[in-house]
Design a protein around this ligand. Structure first.
Ligand SMILES: [Zn+2]
Length: 216
């Protein structure tokens, strides 16, 4: 799998610090299961975060201790559960409990225009939503902006927008200033895992009217 689009470094830092809300953390975990580069990056961030924390909690870290910590950046990282996930599976392991029978068996709700959604359950204290979006091959998601941070991970198929082509494993990390109109490529439906902390803002008046009905 060739992954071309990765999370923002600030998103990975928040994941490393454990400060991402559950839906965002799940999208990142799923990307990590599919992206070796980000797993290595996360290992580096974890080491740096640990060193900073040690500096806060204890006496100032000596130069030797810091050198030793930074030296660990070059070492081969230890195996962990994420590292042992199967590659290229339709349902990456972090998502397995949400879709034990596969993506096609989920209770999809048709939203019209070749678009379907499936809301995934999150714990009551989560501040944001986790959902799957399925866009028919060759169909477009209506142009929209974001009321907040949106993380989108491609699980099947691909789409293109003004940021490029996004295929399986790619992640789009958009903040509230972004407007875009993804179009699924021909040949296969595009299924994405999405974490959003606010409703999408559709630009057209028609879509604004429809938004409460379609629920996205
Ligand atoms: Zn990555």
């Amino acid at each position: 799998m060739t992954v071309s689009h990765h999370p923002d470094i600030t998103t990975l830092m928040a994941f490393s610090a454990g400060s991402l809300d559950e839906p965002y953390a799940l999208v990142i975990s799923t990307h990590l299961a599919m992206c070796e580069g980000c797993r290595a990056q996360l290992d580096r961030l974890d080491v740096i975060g640990g060193a900073l924390l040690a500096g806060v909690e204890e006496e100032p870290v000596s130069d030797d201790a810091l050198d030793a910590l930074l030296g660990r950046l070059d070492e081969a990282p230890a195996e962990d559960p994420i590292r042992m996930q199967p590659r290229g599976a339709d349902v990456p392991a972090p998502l397995a409990r949400y879709a034990p029978e596969g993506l096609d068996a989920l209770p999809w709700k048709g939203r019209g225009g070749g678009v379907a959604t499936c809301e995934l359950p999150v714990s009551p204290h989560a501040q944001s939503r986790l959902m799957l979006l399925r866009v028919g091959a060759g169909r477009a998601v209506p142009e929209h902006g974001h009321g907040g941070h949106e993380l989108t991970l491609i699980l099947r198929g691909s789409y293109s927008d003004r940021f490029g082509r996004f295929g399986v494993g790619d992640i789009a990390d958009h903040d509230q200033d972004v407007e875009h109109q993804p179009i699924a490529e021909m040949g296969e439906d595009c299924i994405c895992l999405i974490a959003v902390d606010a409703k999408l803002n559709f630009r057209s008046r028609l879509m604004k009217l429809l938004q409460p009905l379609v629920g996205i």
